[in-house]
Design a binder for this molecule. Structure first.
Ligand code: NDP
Length: 376
């Protein structure tokens, strides 16, 4: 009997691999892989696959949503939720245009001709066009000087048609990445990584940050839109990076969860995970978190994007998360698949951040991430 839901979930996950989530998840890796552990997908292997992924990403998913099946976990459909968010951004953009006469503008700075970065940027631009944004491209050869990049960022800071600036990472080794990122006006920091935005996000009673890092914000949206209560819940976040683990832990704490952050020096990780009502996995280690570690009925948000060899897939590999999906889906109440879970949310949240920065430029309130006066 246990084989039936497991097989169903596996089929659903494989079906979801035909959707946009594949590329969205993978193609965030240029910024991610720099620090990822040894089991994470390498930049080079991503580069060789992005073209194929882009084609795959246009395919319609065979299964749009998945619900609980005979004792197995319910799938949290990131592709659908990301689509809903992009539709909302488009509707709000139309209102901004009609009522205020402005079009949100997203500028992307791309250096070099890396296939992975170029494809990722193309996907962002496609999403921006879909929601009706103005796009600005600043493309440079690998030999660009730091001064040229700094001048470009300052020029974009001063451009009233640009509300959001994204510098595609990684930059070539002769460029001081942090100096370029620090030059971005905080009011246009669409990734929300500036010290001011991160600081305001963490401060109790601080000013609302102008932007919240996209992947952590995507995790919060997945929970809220799947009806998962957060207040008072035990949450274990595995991973403490600046781009995922740390911000998602602060966001969940600000929503009144009791949060434990685990990392590579944590003793007895399974013991921590087994207490969690919600597990957020952001490790970069393929299928590390096992179903038998989980508390029955818990909610699993798997941020990881890894690859593992496959004899059956014609690409020779399949994508997987940081959670062993097959065993976890037998125990969890709800779970995000990889691909098709967190991955599609990151670009959707980039669009939402751009919209919010455009609203901020008009002194309009940003659309909040954390829902007020709700049980979530
Ligand atoms: P990092 O490599 O920057 O951080 C990994 C974290 O995991 C670190 O805090 C590290 O601990 C911790 N860790 C490593 N090994 C273990 C272990 N054995 N036990 C417990 N903790 C461990 O990765 P990122 O945060 O950038 O990314 C995490 C995952 O999320 C990756 O798979 C990445 O591909 C994916 N990702 C997906 C995105 C998407 O859009 N879907 C976007 C961003 C990331 P320590 O701090 O001690 O080193």
């Amino acid at each position: 009997m246990r084989g039936t839901p497991r097989l169903l979930l596996r089929r659903l996950a494989l079906a979801s691999s035909l959707g946009a989530g594949v590329a969205a998840g993978l193609l965030h890796r240029p910024a991610v892989c720099r620090d990822a552990g040894s089991q994470a997908l390498s930049l080079e292997s991503i580069s060789s696959r992005v073209a194929a992924l882009e084609v795959i990403s246009r395919a319609q998913p065979a299964v749009a949503t998945a619900t609980g099946a005979g004792g197995g976990a319910e799938l949290i459909d990131g592709r659908k939720i990301a689509g809903d968010i992009r539709s909302e951004v488009k509707a709000a953009t139309d209102v901004l245009k009609q009522e205020h006469g402005i079009t949100p503008g997203l500028a992307v700075v791309l250096v070099g001709a890396r296939t992975d970065s170029s494809t990722y940027v193309r996907m962002k631009k496609r999403a921006a066009a879909e929601v009706g944004f103005h796009s600005v491209d600043k493309n440079f050869s690998e030999s660009v000087s730091q001064q040229q990049l700094l001048d470009t960022v300052r020029e974009l800071n001063a451009d009233p048609a640009v509300h959001a600036i994204l510098v595609q990472l990684p930059l070539p080794s002769h460029i001081d990445e942090s100096k370029v990122l620090e030059a971005i006006d905080v009011a246009k920091d669409v990734d929300g990584f500036s010290a001011s935005n991160i600081g305001n996000m963490c401060l109790r009673g601080g000013k609302p940050p102008l932007a919240i890092p996209c992947t952590p914000a995507g995790c919060i949206e997945l929970l809220q839109r799947s009806g998962v209560p957060v207040k008072g819940q035990e949450v274990v976040v595995v991973g403490r990076s600046n781009i995922v683990g740390m911000p998602v832990a602060h966001l969940l704490q600000s929503m009144d969860a009791t949060v434990t952050v685990c990392h590579s020096r944590t003793r007895d990780l399974p013991a921590h995970v087994s207490r969690a009502d919600i597990v957020v996995a952001a490790v970069g280690a393929a299928e590390m978190i096992k179903g038998e570690w989980l508390k029955p009925g818990c909610v699993v948000i798997d941020v990881g994007v890894n690859s593992k060899p496959s004899d059956t897939d014609k690409r020779g590999y399949v994508l997987c998360g940081d959670v062993d999906f097959e065993s976890a889906a037998q125990v969890a109440g709800k779970i995000t698949p990889v691909p098709g879970g967190v991955g599609p949310m990151t670009i959707a949240m980039l669009m939402k951040n751009t919209l919010n920065l455009a609203r901020h430029s008009l002194q309009l309130p940003r659309q909040p991430l954390r829902r007020q006066n709700s049980k979530y």
